[in-house]
Design a protein around this ligand. Structure first.
Ligand SMILES: Cc1cc2nc3c(=O)[nH]c(=O)nc-3n(C[C@H](O)[C@H](O)[C@H](O)COP(=O)(O)OP(=O)(O)OC[C@H]3O[C@@H](n4cnc5c(N)ncnc54)[C@H](O)[C@@H]3O)c2cc1C
Length: 292
């Protein structure tokens, strides 16, 4: 397809996605764009929709596995700085979808606003976090969302309030919508106490991560009542390997893509874990990771 002339300069073809996702593997996007403002984003989405192209949004890429064949359609990255702005108004804080979640946490804490700090250290963007209702310690991001600015595939923009969005464990009803920005409803707290708490949580989270390297993912949602880590340990799958992809030995709810890893190996490992866990426990592990 050809995009309208005034959008052509934004489009790249056969753009490798591996370097843009945490796992570092996978094929190219047939069309790829990184719009610098909402206007360009809107025009890209409308042009792609009118041409019948599938539009996918790439946040920080910490929860996506791209298949070897890559993806058809248009991948839009929200990594541009203009989609990452943040502002505070009283006890509300608004963050652009492309802002890093950890930057949003630091901004809130610095402004003496509590509510986001338990999410510190979770990789990803603010947009990715609300779409997947990121959570930690039993508290999810959806519970502190006030409203979300979204873009529809037809280019229309609207604000949805928390009541309009279904948030459940690691899920939201935002699928199909493009998140532009998120307003959080936070609470006034003491900055020093909040900072201390955030630092403690950050240290704990980093300590529980198997590697400093980015080439990891958390493929499964914790089923009710048992962390995936314990479930996988209990069925003896910690550390198993499929080619150059393995489960960590100590924290087996993480998969690690070693040098030479492929998406097919990742998919085979994930399937093996699901099959074994289902066979041995009757629990059907659900995927957190988005497979493109
Ligand atoms: C080391 C590690 C630790 C993790 N720990 C946790 C944890 O404790 N808790 C937790 O909940 N998750 C955790 N995750 C998973 C991951 O960090 C979260 O799911 C994160 O919120 C994904 O954000 P992202 O920007 O990277 O999204 P991406 O991976 O870029 O995208 C994920 C999905 O969201 C969609 N999306 C992204 N941005 C938008 C947007 N603006 N509009 C519409 N759709 C969008 C994408 O299309 C894709 O379908 C962890 C992952 C890793 C690698």
């Amino acid at each position: 397809m050809t995009f309208p002339d005034d959008l052509n300069h934004l489009i790249r073809t056969d753009e490798p996605l591996g370097p843009l996702v945490w796992l570092g593997i996978g094929g190219p996007a047939h069309y790829f764009a990184e719009p610098v403002d909402t206007d360009d984003l809107q025009r890209l989405v409308v042009a792609a929709s009118q041409a019948g192209l599938t539009v996918r949004i790439l946040g920080d890429g910490s929860n996506i596995l791209v298949r070897e064949a890559g993806v058809d359609g248009l991948v839009i990255s929200l990594a541009a700085a203009t989609t990452s702005g943040m502002s505070v108004d009283g006890t509300k804080m608004t963050a652009g979808a492309g802002a890093k979640l950890s930057h949003a946490v630091i901004k809130a804490v610095g402004a003496g606003l509590g509510g986001l700090e338990h999410l510190v250290g979770i990789p990803g963007s603010v947009g990715g976090a609300v779409v997947g209702n990121a959570s930690s310690g039993g508290r999810d991001i959806g519970s502190i969302v006030h409203s979300i600015e979204v873009l529809e595939k037809d280019g229309s923009q609207r604000t949805v309030s928390q009541d309009d969005i279904g948030f459940s464990h690691r899920k939201s009803s935002l699928g199909g919508l493009i998140v532009l920005s998120v307003t959080f409803q936070l609470e006034t707290r003491d900055v020093a106490a909040l900072t201390k708490r955030m630092q403690k949580l950050w240290i704990g989270r980093n300590a529980s991560r198997p590697t400093e390297d980015r080439r990891i993912a958390m493929p499964f949602v914790d089923p009710d009542g048992m962390p995936t880590r314990d479930l996988i340990q209990s069925v003896g799958l910690a550390g198993i390997r499929e080619g150059d992809v393995s489960l960590d030995t100590q924290q087996p709810h993480y998969i690690i893509a070693h040098k030479g890893a492929t998406s097919d190996q990742c998919l085979r490992l994930i399937e093996r874990v699901r099959e074994q866990v289902l066979m041995q426990t009757g629990i059907d592990l659900q995927l957190n990771l988005h497979i493109w």
